[in-house]
Design a protein around this ligand. Structure first.
Ligand code: HEM
Length: 331
């Protein structure tokens, strides 16, 4: 092989194999301090609004975490979940059954966006605002601070039909959930680590009460439910309740702290969703549940890493997408 051919082959291998995987790891050029010149106060503004909201309602952290996950897993972290409508007029992601009426925290994002637009018009994407706000809220709920790589752009489309197959529901079998995460480039361990977000927030009775009253053709109650926990859930979610808005906390022990109690709950049969509880028994996930239960600091470290990874999912950068004026509408 001549020298020219050798150099050509090396460039070819670099551009075909090494460069794409490098770019992927780099979240397609997201970087910390992206707004240093254009909007130096952006992270301070976000932190300020989130802090004030948190003082009024500790549940802003679960609201934001869920928004972030549901946005990133459907066509990437492009704030498409925040759109109320698009020019095509088709139903948007928000309206899909997986999001239903249970998304919260949207007003908080609007408030942050309004504050930022006053200082830096049409400069900061809604996708980055959601990433910063999620970080700030998790820190308030007990996580270590982590720098957020930024530079995401906002998507121009949002389709309810894109949600199907990308967001699991409470009864989705674990192997299918593993597949969904794998398609997004997440390992089984990262999946178990991220599900620790269910250490905060709540779920509507309607998403898990079949485990209490109508589990299968042979069993009324899910046998994996701890009997005391089942009694507690039945008291909150009686069989013939009138109100469909009733919710219960995922974590009955430390509901407002983002901590590894989630994994202890699973080991004690106190997983709220069938998918949560299955993590403790499935042979592909149970070793990680034990690991996280016994290593609170390690779990926090892994969780922040996994959230940064989540924020790099299929992002739009450079000249793709847009910077919206309002997070609810495309320009
Ligand atoms: C992987 C399988 C997952 C399933 C099956 C699942 C399912 C659910 C369901 C059914 C709810 C309750 C919705 C309601 O009734 O209001 C919920 C809430 C929540 N989910 Fe997940 N989820 C999963 C993963 C995740 C991940 C990876 C995160 C974050 C990184 C997350 C964060 C949350 C949070 C924080 C809440 C509470 C929201 C609130 O109280 O406002 N979930 N999830």
């Amino acid at each position: 092989m001549t020298m020219d051919r050798l150099i050509f082959s090396m460039i070819f291998i670099f551009s075909m194999i090494i460069l794409p995987s490098w770019a992927k790891k780099d979240g397609n050029h997201l970087h910390v301090g992206f707004y240093k010149i254009q909007c130096p106060n952006v992270e301070r503004i976000v932190a300020d609004v989130v802090f004030k909201a948190y003082l009024k309602d500790l549940r802003v952290t679960p609201h934001l975490l869920r928004l972030f996950f549901h946005d990133c897993f459907v066509k990437g972290c492009d704030a498409s979940l925040l759109l109320d409508s698009t020019p095509s007029g088709e139903p948007v992601e928000k309206t899909s059954p997986a999001n239903g009426n249970s998304l919260k925290g949207l007003d908080l994002i609007d408030e942050i966006k309004t504050r930022i637009e006053e200082e830096c018009p049409e400069t900061v994407s809604c996708a980055d605002i959601l990433a910063f706000a999620t970080r700030d809220a998790t820190v308030l709920s007990g996580m270590p601070y982590y720098p957020v790589p930024a530079g995401r752009r906002d998507g121009r489309t949002s389709l309810a039909s894109d949600v199907r197959g990308n967001l699991p529901s409470g009864g989705t079998p674990i192997d299918d959930i593993i597949d969904i995460f794998k398609k997004k480039d997440f390992s089984v361990e990262e999946m178990v680590v991220l599900l620790g977000a269910h250490s905060l927030g709540s779920a509507h009775c309607g998403v898990f009460d079949y485990r209490l009253y109508n589990f299968s053709s042979t069993q009324t109650r899910d046998p994996s439910l701890n009997p005391f926990y089942a009694a507690h859930l039945s008291a909150t979610c009686p069989r013939f309740r009138q109100n469909g808005d009733v919710t219960t906390n995922f974590d009955p022990i430390t509901p407002f702290s983002l901590d590894n109690m989630y994994y202890w709950n699973l080991l004690k049969g106190r997983g709220l969703l069938e998918a949560d509880q299955a993590l403790a028994t499935n042979p592909k996930t149970s070793e990680f549940v034990h690991k996280m239960a016994f290593d609170p600091i390690g779990w926090k470290r892994k969780f922040t890493k996994a959230i940064i990874h989540l924020g790099r999912t299929d992002v739009l950068t450079g000249k793709n997408g847009e910077i919206r004026k309002s997070c609810r509408a495309t320009k």
